[in-house]
Each structure stands twice: as C-alpha cells, then as structure tokens.
Design a protein around this ligand. Structure first.
Ligand SMILES: *[C@@H]1O[C@H](CO)[C@@H](O)[C@H](O)[C@H]1NC(C)=O
Ligand SMILES: *[C@@H]1O[C@H](CO)[C@@H](O)[C@H](O)[C@H]1NC(C)=O
Ligand SMILES: *[C@@H]1O[C@H](CO)[C@@H](O)[C@H](O)[C@H]1NC(C)=O
Length: 545
C-alpha cells in the first residue's frame, strides 16, 4: 500500500508513534538552549530528526487535543474554550472523524496510552469508539502520579481505565504514572503483530501538576535531590524531575521500537500540547522563556510549542525547520505518510505537510496563515499571516518571565550525554548518518530563540496588538499603529472564521457523573443515545444548510 519509502519495507506503511507531553514549556527541553533540565533522549530524537521550531498549538489542553485528533480548528466543534471538567457532558461531536479512525481504515492497529480529555459522558465519546482499538489511561485533565485519582468539583475519583473494544476494566495500582505509561507502550510495541502498521499515541501526564495544591509528585526524591539539587527552587526542581523522568521514557520507547525491529520503519513525533503554566491556576513552574505569556494566553509562550519529528523515512534530517506548522496539520500529514488518500479527508483546516517534511531541505512553508483561536466568551482571538500576528487577549497570563534556565552553577550542556542516551544509541544502530558533538551544538544554537529587546514590553491588555514574530519572537513591540493594513487583514481573517464558529459547548458539571455513583471512579454516566445540546445544534445546522 505504501510506496513513498526509500529506506523501509516498501510494502508496509510506517509505524507512527506520537508522544504528547502535557504543559511542557518551550525552555524545558535542553535542545532549545537551556542547561537547567537535561533531556538527552528528547534532544537525540530532535537532532536526528527535524526540529519543528514553528509548531503552533492551541493554548490549552482540550482545544489542542481536539485540533490534533480532528485536523480542524476547535471553533468548528465548540471545543475552543476552557478545558473539559470531570462530569461535564460534552465532547468532540460524533460526526467528527478522528485521526486513529482514519488510520484504522487504512489498516493500522491503534492504541492510546495516557490522557484523553476530549469527552466521555457517554461511552460513544470514549477513545475506543472513536478509532482506538485499545485505551489505557485517564479520561480527565490530569490525575495523581501515584494513586491515579482526580480531585475536582470537590469530588474524588479514580481515573485509570483499561478498555479493549467494549471491555472496560478499572486499573488499580500505585505505579508512577510516567512509568506506567512507558511500560504499557513497551508492551504494545513488543506484542505488536508486524503484519499491520502501528499507531501508538502516548499522551503523558508529565509535566502537568497532579493536584491544585500539592503540585507535582516526583518518582524518587533521593534521586531528584542527587541529580537536580543544583536547582534551588524546590518547585522548579520537582518539575525538572518530572521532565527528566519523561525524557527517560522517550528513550525507553525508542529503544523498544528498535528491539522489536520496528524503528527502521517508524515515524516518531514529540510535542507539547501547549506551553507551560509557570504560575496561576494549576501552576507547574515550567518555563516558556524567552517567549512571552503562559498557557491560557494567546502569546507565543502558550501557542508556539516544543516539537520535533524523527523518522528514517525523512531524507534531510538533522535540521531545524522554520516551516510553519499547525497541530491540525498532523492528521493529513500522518495520513499521507500512512499511504492514505488525501481525498478521504473532509473539510480540514490542517494541511498535508508530509512531502515537505520528508523530502525538502528546508521546506518553504506550504502554510501561510494560522487561526490561533477565537474564544467568544473571553472575547479573545489571535491569528498569524506571514510574519505578522494579531493578538487580542485580556488574560492575566500575558506577562513576560525573565528566567533563562541558564546559570553558571548548572552543569554545562554535554553533547556526549546526548550521544550516549538510549534514544541516540537506538537510532545510531539503524542509521547510516553519524551525529557528532559539533553538529549537536550547531543545531542547538540554531534552535535557540534569541530576543533583542527585553526591557520594554508593549502592554496588550484591553487592546489589540500586532507583532512581527519573525523579527520579534518575544512579542515585545506592538506594531498595530504602525501597520494598520496588516492589522486589518488579520482582523478580517479572524472575522471570516467567526462566521463558522460554533459557540462553546461548555456545560455545567453533572452530579450524576460524580465518582460516588460509580464505586469512586470517573465513568461515562449517560446513556449511549444521549444527545447533548451541541449535537442537536449540529443536526439542526445540517438540516438548514
Ligand atoms: C491520592 O493522593 C493524594 C495526594 O497524595 C491524596 O490527597 C489522596 O487522598 C490520595 N487518594 C487516595 C484514594 O489514595
Ligand atoms: C476484559 O478485560 C480483562 C482485563 O484485561 C480480562 O481479564 C477479561 O478476561 C476481559 N473480559 C472479556 C469478556 O474479554
Ligand atoms: C530533597 O530536598 C528537599 C529540599 O532541600 C528536602 O526538603 C527533602 O527532604 C530532600 N529529600 C530527600 C529524600 O533527600
């Protein structure tokens, strides 16, 4: 079926593994230039692959995952607003076809390990009825790292499930979540039937907080203090520990692919769902430096996310790409890499970028513009055309945090650690190209965002700002008055999307869905044929249009 590959087995579509980190900040991977948190495995993946340095996402979790799974801007599905809460009766509308479903139709086996967070009020909204053969993970925004409970709306409940088809069991264990996810992924890989290509989505809890008050839980305090004790702020140290454990997981998964002899025909994507929440609600002490703003805002710190792709099928690897990429592009891009026919896909906002990724030296961007989001309740919106970005954002999370993650007291970045990581070793064993320390340092420098003007930041509260994000990636200098025509063009672009926007379907939490009704577990609680207001709205629209 697959004919695009020069290196892999020409008969077999590539295995696809997508690793999604939660609330991981721009500056929290060491390939972006900070020495503070060493991430040798993620770095090895990035340096051996393509660093996607203009990878845009939605500013928060549920919208971002909706965009990834549907290939459509979440405004089309009423999913653009505040993240889904436990027992909130809404989800991605059922007439949206999701990425795993498309891949299943072209012969993939599909697995989700980790976070879902796009709806589960009826079983029909759950992952195994939306394209995943199996799901092991949690329905909600986050859980405790060890005991896998979520406390929300003053309700405690377990939230760790194993679903195969319609067989739903609750997983009771106290394994550290990052390790649990890793082991499940390794089992899926080692028991995978090579007759079919694999789609594995690994959606980590890391580096999200696990509790509004307690913050993070590290796997091992002794080791955390021994290896990261140079980070004096204890909350930042905890965060760093969670991130290094995530990094270890990435190495283990890549190694598992090599052991199963699957790596040579695999595509591995690593990305964060949105920027870090340095402070405020559910603060994790991550850092988006030198980008402005936090999760929940529409500034670069929230929407320009960490991302890279590695695959032996990519011809020109080991480069930093400035190709404009949006999270909605993954659906058509991966579908195309899988050998699917792009004509099968309907009404996407995502653009198929596979050919550019696979065979261009540095892809000229096929994509010229991005709608970053419209939140009609918050009266916020942002979009990007060419070099200009318009931001209308009144959130409190638009501040600039001047914390570089570099300090003479931190261990200096060590390319040798990258080269000896599990990920690098696994990749080296199937690769003819040899990565070396010089190349690593060169790529790292290229991937580091440097800002010119740090002293003055235009105030964008209660007003619309325009930035040239290529000249001014840190959004310091508002150009709204200087370039009114560019601002107007962006305004019109946003207005155009307002006409297809579906109002947010966010609904009050339904006590019928509280865990106390289901043996202290967060569970689907409404009958399969339940029709939410948003689904009725959809049906009506279709009838009238
Ligand atoms: C889970 O862990 C949290 C934080 O450590 C604690 O508050 C909660 O009581 C625990 N819940 C259960 C059911 O063990
Ligand atoms: C359902 O899944 C559980 C746990 O994986 C397994 O023990 C059980 O045999 C399964 N039941 C059926 C009917 O397949
Ligand atoms: C780790 O360091 C913190 C802060 O210095 C301290 O409170 C904690 O007891 C230490 N834990 C261990 C196991 O060494």
């Amino acid at each position: 079926m697959y004919i695009g590959s020069k290196h892999g087995d020409p008969m077999q579509s590539p295995n696809i593994v997508v690793i999604i980190a939660d609330d991981l900040g721009w500056n929290d991977v060491s390939f972006h230039g900070a020495d503070e948190i060493p991430t040798p495995n993620i770095d090895a993946l990035a340096y051996n692959g393509v660093i996607l340095n203009r990878h845009y996402v939605l500013p928060i979790c549920t919208p971002s995952r909706t965009a990834f799974l549907t290939g459509r801007y979440p405004i089309r599905a009423g999913m653009q607003g505040f993240p889904l809460r436990g027992a909130e009766p809404r989800g991605i509308p059922l007439n949206d076809i999701l990425l795993p479903e498309y891949l299943r139709r072209v012969g993939y086996t599909t697995h989700l390990v980790g976070k879902w967070h796009v709806g589960y009020h009826t079983r029909n909204y759950g992952p195994t009825r939306r394209g995943f053969d199996t799901f092991v993970g949690y329905y909600n925004g986050y859980i405790q790292y060890f005991n896998h409970t979520l406390y929300e709306s003053k309700q405690f409940g377990y939230d760790l499930h194993r679903i195969v088809g319609d067989n739903h069991t609750i997983e009771y264990n106290y394994k550290y979540m990052t390790d649990f996810i890793t082991n499940e992924a390794k089992n899926i890989i080692s028991s995978h039937n090579p007759a079919k290509p694999l789609y594995l989505q690994l959606a980590h809890l890391a580096a999200h907080v696990s509790d509004a008050e307690e913050g993070m839980e590290v796997r091992n305090w002794g080791k955390t203090n021994a290896t990261l004790g140079y980070i004096k702020d204890i909350n930042r140290r905890k965060y760093a520990s969670v991130v290094t454990t995530l990094d270890e997981s990435v190495g283990r998964v890549i190694d598992a692919l090599r052991r199963a002899d699957m790596l040579k025909n695999s595509i591995i994507v690593f990305m964060s769902d949105n920027g870090a929440q340095t402070e405020g609600i559910l603060q994790n002490y991550g850092s988006n430096y030198p980008l402005r703003g936090l999760k929940f805002s529409l500034f670069e710190g929230a929407v320009r996310g960490v991302a890279c792709i590695y695959s032996p099928l990519i011809e020109y690897s080991s480069r930093v790409s400035s190709q404009l990429f949006h999270i909605t592009d993954w659906l058509p891009t991966l579908y195309s890499a899988a050998g699917g026919n792009p004509n099968d896909l309907k009404q996407l906002d995502g653009i198929d970028q596979w050919s550019v990724l696979q065979s261009a030296r540095d892809g000229k961007s096929i994509r010229k513009s991005i709608l970053l989001n419209i939140d009609e309740k918050e009266n916020s919106a942002a979009a990007l055309i060419g070099h200009y970005k318009l931001v209308k954002d009144n959130s409190e999370y638009q501040k600039y945090y001047n914390y570089s993650g570099n300090n003479p007291l931190y261990p200096k970045y060590n390319a040798t650690n990258v080269l000896s990581s599990s990920a690098a070793s696994a990749i080296a064993s199937i690769s003819t190209f040899v990565l070396n320390a010089n190349k690593i340092m060169q790529l790292r420098k290229e991937a580091t965002v440097v800002c010119k003007n740090f002293t003055n930041f235009s105030n964008c509260k209660n007003r619309t700002c325009l930035f040239n994000i290529y000249e001014d990636p840190c959004e310091t200098t508002d150009l709204f008055m200087k370039y009114p025509e560019d601002a107007e063009r962006l305004n019109m672009f946003i207005d155009h999307y307002k006409s297809v926007l579906m109002n947010q379907t966010n609904a009050p939490v339904d006590p019928a869905g509280f865990p106390r009704n289901f043996n202290d577990t967060w569970m689907p609680w409404l009958p399969d044929d339940y029709q939410s207001i948003s689904e009725m709205h959809f049906t009506m629209n279709e009838v009238t249009s």
